[in-house]
Write a protein that binds this ligand. Structure first.
Ligand code: B12
Ligand code: SF4
Length: 432
């Protein structure tokens, strides 16, 4: 059986932005490819970077779907189903919008694919495919290893994606993760992670954990084992990591070059409104936190969510100034999005503030970086424009120059400076 794996792009919702530049490997599809056993075979098409050959012969299509790519995924699925090919969908959005997604697929998987794959294959071969499969939660990716051969020739960014853990214990009001993982956080078996790194000879890794530092004791054990492998890595981590110096030291010793940190806002009221507990609990100053991270030489990629009930056009500008002043290596200003089933979504729905008939992700008029709700202290259009401007300002030549001059981070060594230059260049191109 030939199985076609599809990573959908954003389709027609991209307007001012070109998010397709500098794409990264879709890890979930390599995991599925790793589960596919001979004589079955897998082929990957990444809609962000190549045309999908809908007429190429295939026996089954698997699509990974998040909310931004949902509408495009449904279109892709329709194309295959028109040609009589069965389509299975999985991923975050399918879980959040089960009924909607199941209208566009022959079968959908809720949760992680690993524990359900064998049954899925058996049912397909017996032509007894069920409409919905619900995967049980367990140790993530236990004994399952991605098949990264499917990435060959795709020209992805030179960084390998990997997970040490999945889920998050926190409950931020805008985040889909707590819904998907039911507030749980689980680490993979340390030996499995180490084996995967060695087997695939991974040298530069992005840990795409929802929060790498969520289980600090387990992470410390892992990092000690990681040191001899001499890799370079980056992760997504919450700012509360700065309270644990032993952890920071182990991170540095094991090759950490930097972290993507969800700052979300520089205003405490906004953080409370977002229920962003790791940023509130016991830690009040981002400036102090950043200075600690700087002492370890870590690059910081800051993520900010704009448009909450305390935000104005001015506060968005102040947030950009904060990012420039603190010489963040990169920063992302994302409009607060009411993702389905999140607390924010339910609140806006109750307050009648949702635009696009309450389902922006599948609305023909929605475009990337447009506000999808009525903000409190500005108009939706003002919020959209302020966000576009924030990203442009951050990647202006003057900002890139100012942020570069940090001898502890961006200019610490040639590697850091190359990372700084390359990614600022890519993001400058996507933000103008
Ligand atoms: C890495 C990452 C990125 C990377 C992308 C890497 C890449 N390969 O291109 C970058 C930084 C570029 C990125 C960008 C964005 N991201 Co992102 N990203 C992630 C992150 C942290 C990890 C994704 C990942 O690789 N997970 C590892 C794999 C193994 O897990 P998985 O995807 O859950 O897959 C498992 C199951 O879901 C299931 N499964 C998945 N697909 C399929 C398909 C089939 C057929 C089956 C059977 C099963 C199945 O089995 C898999 C294996 O167990 C997730 C968080 C998360 N936990 O998903 C956010 C996440 C997906 N991102 C999110 C967002 C919002 C974005 C952005 C829109 C941010 C922005 N505003 O710009 C953009 C654009 C997204 C887009 N569609 O283009 C949200 C999506 C929310 C939602 N409701 O859809 C998430 C969930 C983060 C969050 N906190 O809410 N992202
Ligand atoms: S800490 Fe991050 S992953 Fe966890 S719930 Fe908040 S935003 Fe989501």
């Amino acid at each position: 059986m030939k199985i076609t794996l599809i990573r959908p792009g954003l389709g027609d919702i991209i307007s001012a932005y070109n998010l397709n530049e500098g794409s990264m490997e879709p890890l979930q599809l390599a995991i599925i490819a790793g589960l596919i056993k001979e004589p079955d075979e897998a082929v990957l098409y990444d809609d962000r970077i190549e045309e999908i050959p809908f007429d190429e012969k295939t026996d089954l299509v698997c699509i990974t779907v998040d909310s931004f790519s949902a509408r495009r995924s449904y279109k892709i699925s329709n194309e295959y189903r028109k040609r009589g090919v069965k389509v299975i969908m999985g991923g975050m959005h399918v879980f959040l919008m089960t009924e909607e997604a199941s209208q566009y697929a022959d079968s959908i998987v809720l949760g992680d694919v690993e524990p359900i794959w064998e049954q899925l294959m058996r049912d397909i071969k017996l032509q007894k495919l069920q409409k919905i499969y619900k995967a049980p939660f367990g140790t993530p990716q236990e004994g399952c290893f991605p098949n990264r051969n499917i990435f060959k020739g795709k020209n992805y960014l030179p960084v390998s994606l990997l997970q040490f853990s999945r889920g998050c214990k926190f409950n931020c009001a805008f985040c889909s993760i707590s819904q998907f993982f039911d507030h749980s956080h689980k680490c993979r078996k340390i030996d499995d992670v180490l084996y995967e790194i060695e087997k695939d000879k991974l040298k530069t890794i992005l840990f795409v954990d929802d929060n790498m530092v969520a289980n600090k004791p387990e992470l410390k054990i892992f990092l000690k084992e990681l040191i001899p492998l001499k890799i370079k890595w980056a992760s997504q981590s919450s700012i509360d990591m700065v309270k644990d110096k032993e952890l920071l030291k182990l991170m540095a010793d094991s090759g950490c070059i930097g972290n993507l940190i969800g700052f979300e806002s520089i205003n405490i009221n906004s953080l409370k409104w977002y229920n962003k507990s790791p940023n509130i609990q016991g830690f009040n100053s981002y400036k102090e936190g950043l200075s600690i991270l700087r002492d370890y030489g870590f690059l910081t990629w800051g993520s900010f969510m704009v448009g909450n009930d305390f935000d104005t056009v001015d506060t968005i500008e102040q947030t950009v100034e904060f990012a420039i002043k603190n010489k963040l290596t990169l920063a992302f200003f994302n409009i607060l999005m009411p993702y389905p089933r999140t607390k924010i979504f339910e609140q806006f729905k109750k307050e009648n503030r949702l635009l696009y008939d309450g389902h922006w992700w599948n609305h023909p008029d929605f475009r990337y970086n447009q506000a999808t709700f009525k903000p409190k202290l500005m108009s939706a259009e003002q919020l959209s424009q302020a966000t576009i401007k924030a990203n442009r300002d951050l990647y202006s030549i003057s900002s890139i120059t100012k942020r570069a001059f940090d001898l502890k981070t961006n200019m610490r060594n040639i590697v850091n400076f190359m990372i700084y230059s390359r990614f600022n260049y890519v993001l400058r191109n996507t933000s103008i």
